[in-house]
Write a protein that binds this ligand. Sequence first.
Ligand code: MG
Length: 242
Amino acid sequence: MQKSNLRAIFFDIDDTLYSTSEFSEVARSNALDAMIEHGLTMPKDELHLELQEVINEFSSNYEHHFDKLLLRIPRRYYKGVNPSILVAAGVVAYHETKVRQLAPYEDAVEVIRLLSKAGLILGVITEGMEVKQAEKLIRMRLVPFMSPNAIFISNQVGISKPNSKLYQRVCSDLNIKPTETMYVGDHPVHDIDPANSIGMITVRMRRGGKCQNMEGATLPALEVQNFWDLLDFLRAEFNIAV
Ligand SMILES: [Mg+2]
């Protein structure tokens, strides 16, 4: 590929900057343990399957997964226990897992810290709810490295992935050309294809998560398994000297 002037790099959040799939699994498991500890007697593996169904049916952004879970299982499994106590036990355990374990990949922090000295615009383009996605950036302590006007959250923009208009909007808002803009994401269809379609330079982060074995319609400029490989590419192809 030809060397070009790179002005901005945007990152996806989930399963790109941190292992969302792994984190959610641990957080949900801790939540079910806490509910069991507070008197829920259904076997954990059955609860787990039921909770997965709730998430599939009501989306991962739905706020009342544990309430719905209790509505769906026979009452005998929490006879004599106030269901609100069980819900609260689950919610608290989930949030405590966030405090302890919602952390970015170490190499992501290191490389983004270096790149923040390269004179580039650094930002995110992420799918999800405003405060929920912003909370992840805060917890990961990545906000100081990002350009304040370069954080784009689909709900806030009003355009969702995989609509390429989301990526187009980012470029026009910052007055940058797609060809001078890189997007790093894990999802071949939500991240790579739409960003490719408007001419952005795409990098697929492939290090696990639900998209690991998925293929899109188009190929990224580069596929990497960690941020050090991304940095090598930036140094080699875009004269980034950090
Ligand atoms: Mg993702």
